[in-house]
Design a protein around this ligand. Structure first.
Ligand code: COA
Length: 328
């Protein structure tokens, strides 16, 4: 496993913070009209910063997310499951590459992003800091974490920044297959022996609280939503995406005769909204700030990959052009 950092010049200077009011007005009118913003277009410094933050965190999530699933490739219960998981993990790493490339168009180098990840400066999705204890955890991740990611990514793919939206469109096609393989594995366990049912139920119970945090804090606690929605980077609020996820996927869990570990989870027919117990947001804050059950282990693996892959990146460097020679 090789690290993905480029050896190259330091992070280029970002655009000056001084936002020209006339240019800002034209930019906002373009956003309002639903136009896509492209890398060489003028954009306010805040828009650029927010996009780098969000796309970078997203890219790291794809790369770190491959780690818990990757450890199950050799332990998958059949050749068919092994092949499907292998292909999925490969896709996820590819998604990370697409997203790093999209973030690079905004002026932050891949090496700087990787450094911020392995030094613990950047965030990545809370869900990947929990252990995958059994094969059923892999089934539940493939089904429900990928389902949640699809809801989030389809929404973001309709946004305003061209390179991010195009990357997400491709990612969503592949995620649809991941969801199918996860759902298929959950169905096999849920309709299997009593101990298989027990195993998948236990995995659901473990994954539900982190999943309820996946879309981020409640809207009133979300620091970035207002600005991101104004600029059409985010097309729906955290709670809106969570409602969409619950609407589509809770019935699919219930139809398998499985349960979810929240006695308050039910759809209110008057409001048309799901009611649920708020997850432990203190735990969420600890986990996203580096103190979850697996944060240290995840970053240690990435640090190892970065160090041990350095000689490959150096061997690929084309001295005169100072960037890695593409392999294909
Ligand atoms: N895991 C880790 N951190 C999270 C998170 C999660 N599930 N949800 C929110 N956060 C972080 C935010 O990054 C932000 O931290 P920061 O200010 O240090 O960058 C903080 O919690 C406050 O959240 P909020 O203001 O609601 O952030 P947001 O408006 O960016 O919304 C997402 C959060 C995840 C919905 C949004 O960033 C997003 O759509 N990201 C791209 C897709 C993605 O990364 N998906 C996950 C992997 S598939």
């Amino acid at each position: 496993m090789y690290g993905g950092g480029y050896i190259g010049p330091d992070e280029p200077k970002l655009q000056d913070d001084q936002d020209d009011p006339a240019k800002l007005a034209i930019f906002e009118a373009r956003i309002e009209a639903g136009e896509k913003i492209e890398p060489n277009d003028w954009m306010p410094a805040g828009y650029r910063k927010q996009l780098i933050r969000m796309i970078e965190q997203h890219a790291h999530s794809e790369i770190i997310g491959a780690l818990p699933e990757g450890t199950w490739i050799t332990r998958a219960p059949s050749l068919k499951r092994k092949l499907a998981l292998l292909a999925k993990v490969q896709d996820e790493v590819g998604h990370g590459q697409l997203l790093y490339a999209a973030a690079e168009t905004l002026g932050k180098s891949r090496e700087a992003m990787i450094n911020d990840l392995i030094n613990g400066k950047s965030k990545y999705s809370n869900v990947f800091n929990y252990p995958a204890e059994t094969w059923a955890d892999i089934a539940v991740i493939g089904f429900l974490v990928d389902a949640a990611a699809i809801v989030n990514q389809i929404s973001n793919s309709k946004g305003s920044y061209g390179p991010y939206c195009r990357a997400l469109e491709r990612i969503c096609y592949e995620e649809a297959f991941h969801l199918k393989q996860g759902h298929d594995a959950v169905v096999a366990l849920a309709t299997g022996t009593p101990s298989q049912r027990e195993m998948v139920q236990a995995a659901l119970n473990r994954w539900w609280p982190p999943l309820m945090m996946f879309f981020g804090p409640p809207d009133k606690m979300s620091s970035h939503t207002e600005k991101l929605m104004k600029w059409k980077v985010k097309m729906a609020s955290n709670e809106h995406m969570k409602q969409e996820f619950l609407d589509t996927y809770v019935p699919k869990v219930f139809e398998l005769g499985l349960t979810l570990p929240d006695p308050n989870l039910k759809k209110n027919n008057e409001t048309g909204k799901w009611e649920y117990t708020e997850p432990d947001w203190d735990e969420f804050m600890r986990v996203i700030n580096g103190d979850g059950p697996c944060n240290k282990e995840r970053l240690a693996v990435r640090r190892w990959a970065e160090e041990n892959g350095r000689w490959v990146r150096e061997a690929l460097i084309k001295k005169d052009e100072k960037h890695a020679i593409p392999l294909a």
